[in-house]
Design a protein around this ligand. Structure first.
Ligand code: NAD
Length: 299
């Protein structure tokens, strides 16, 4: 069993810590939020005093932070963890960030002789709670093999996506697909409402027909058909609309940089941007249903 440092114990990080503890690892946690630390403590994490405390003398250090700037701040510079950890430590960044930032962090770790993988996840808070996450792993074959047993304690599918940063590339493509499909499912329910077709009936049919997809079958944006989806608890997240907007923006940055035309991705970014600007950023991203198909502006 390993001695693990875990930085960023929010909605995703805390349940991931719980699964590592259940698997028998010793997990030390660090976060800037005292509320998040308390939540991780309830799940068996030991609270670290500071970054040095969480990162030094650990076999593995995992980060699960909001976005690229926070991840760079934690990893880089004289006070960053690539300067703190031993060369025997394996670094695993599970946050969703842009490919370029990920490559910069990999390069800093490599210069210090430290093994690292980027390993963003899919599956949401329910997947994190159930230990059922999918990990998309970027890095060398050796680093992937090292990370595999630890990631297996938090997930069910651990897929090597390629060299450094390619885990992030896979995540950005996946979440562009998810943002588009959540809007598409929402539009189908809005049309069904107008046509007098019950939501449950549309669900019963489309979840078994060619319209089936995760946004419909597992995370249905209308209350009722999928009892544990955020729609049944006033769209309490889950995965916030502002996080979805962040990922769609990453997808569009990449699409622009590599001259790929992703028209639906661009439309999805515009819709989520409008939704967040209207004050809905902290709702679950499936709450986009409440504005889709309505004439005029978002509420
Ligand atoms: P969150 O905001 O709930 O958790 C992030 C945590 O990081 C917070 O507790 C915050 O206090 C902490 N933090 C921020 N800056 C810090 C710093 N400098 N030092 C230490 N701690 C710091 O976010 P989340 O929903 O858990 O998402 C985390 C990452 O996982 C994001 O990159 C997100 O895109 C990705 N993700 C989230 C979901 C989901 O369903 N929530 C699904 C897949 C991927």
């Amino acid at each position: 069993m390993s001695n693990i440092g875990f930085i960023g114990v929010g909605k995703m990080g805390a349940p991931m810590v719980g699964n590592l503890v259940s698997a028998g690892h010793t997990v030390t946690v660090f976060d800037v939020s005292s509320h998040a630390l308390e939540e991780a403590k309830k799940r068996g994490g030991r609270i670290a005093k500071n970054l040095t405390d969480v990162a030094s003398s650990k076999e593995v250090v995992i980060t699960m932070l909001p976005a690229g700037p926070e991840v760079k701040a934690i990893y880089l510079g004289p006070k960053g963890i690539t300067s703190i950890v031993d060369s025997a430590t394996l670094l695993i960044d599970c946050s969703t960030i842009d490919v370029q930032s990920s490559e910069v962090i990999h390069s800093s770790a490599r210069s210090a002789g430290i093994d690292m993988v980027d390993a963003p996840v899919s599956g949401g808070v329910s997947g994190a709670e159930a230990g059922g996450l999918t990990f998309m792993v970027g890095g060398t074959e050796a680093a992937y093999n090292n990370a595999f047993p630890i990631l297996s304690d938090m997930g069910k599918a651990i897929i090597h996506a390629g060299k450094e940063g390619r885990g992030q590339a896979a995540k950005i493509c996946n979440n562009m697909l998810l943002g588009i499909s959540m809007i598409a499912v929402s539009e189908a329910f809005a049309l069904a409402d107008a046509l007098g077709l019950s939501r449950q009936t549309l669900f019963d049919i489309s979840s078994k027909a060619t319209g089936r997809c995760w946004a419909l079958n597992d995370y249905c944006p209308v209350p009722g058909p999928v009892p544990n989806s955020p729609a049944n608890r006033n769209y309490e997240p889950g995965f916030t609309a502002s996080m979805m907007l962040k990922d769609l923006a990453l997808s569009q940055l990449a699409a622009d940089a590599f001259r790929v035309k992703t028209e639906l991705g661009s439309d999805a970014e515009a819709l989520y941007s409008k939704f967040c600007k209207a004050g809905n950023g902290e709702l679950d991203f499936s709450a986009i249903f409440t504005t889709v198909g309505k004439e005029g502006e978002v509420k």
